[in-house]
Design a protein. Structure first.
Length: 209
């Protein structure tokens, strides 16, 4: 008998779980026959985008302390948008803090067929942005930081114009100011109703002589 054909004492026998004759069943740990990755298989509903990472240096008595600052936006593609800042000694920790801060400051965007219900504007410092409602198929025509924020919020057709400062921090603040002024069609209809219009001043006839 050829030595290479001899079975080793430690070799698996046919039918054993580790035998090459037995097919391997892949799947999650503890769940045979079910494909996929480990865990519950549910992806997080929040989309995260890093707008800016800056290196910050603070001069102290003993030298310089270097840290990183991150500006992050999160959204669930359903109209919820969060903007947060994070600062830490490492880039990863700064981004993580920014995401946690953004999820604590969620604002709700009004939708109207993938666009905003009406034109609006917002301002922060020397930055002013104009947001215009756009028809289907227009896309997001705006600066790169506004585009990243509106994408994670779920908007698809908006035209924006930035006037003044283009600093991403000021742009995100102006976006928050503009979004807070949005109203749904129902709210606009109520505000424009005749009973909300200012009543005319009653005319007073002059006294008879």
């Amino acid at each position: 008998m050829n030595l290479f054909q001899k079975r080793s004492k430690t070799s698996p026998k046919p039918g054993d779980p580790a035998s090459p004759d037995r097919p391997v069943r892949r799947g999650r740990p503890g769940q045979e026959g079910q494909g996929g990755r480990g865990g519950d298989g549910r992806d997080s509903e929040w989309q995260e985008r890093v707008i800016r990472i800056r290196r910050v240096t603070k001069v102290v008595k003993g030298g310089k302390n270097m840290s990183f600052s991150a500006l992050v936006v999160v959204g669930d593609m359903k109209g919820n948008l969060g903007i947060g800042h994070g600062k830490a000694a490492e880039v990863v920790d700064a981004i993580k803090k920014g995401i946690e801060n953004a999820k604590k400051n969620i604002i709700r965007l009004r939708f109207d067929q993938g666009s905003i219900p009406h034109n609006t504007e917002g301002q922060q410092g020397s930055c002013r942005i104009l947001m215009f409602k756009a028809p289907k198929g227009t896309g997001l025509i705006c600066s790169w930081c506004l585009k990243m924020a509106l994408e994670v919020a779920g908007l698809r057709n908006v035209v924006c114009k930035v006037i003044g400062s283009t600093n991403p921090g000021n742009v995100m603040g102006a976006l928050t100011d503009a979004v807070n002024t949005l109203k749904t069609k129902t709210e606009l209809r109520v505000l424009r109703a005749p009973h909300n219009a200012p009543s005319p001043t009653p005319s007073i006839a002059p006294p008879a002589v």
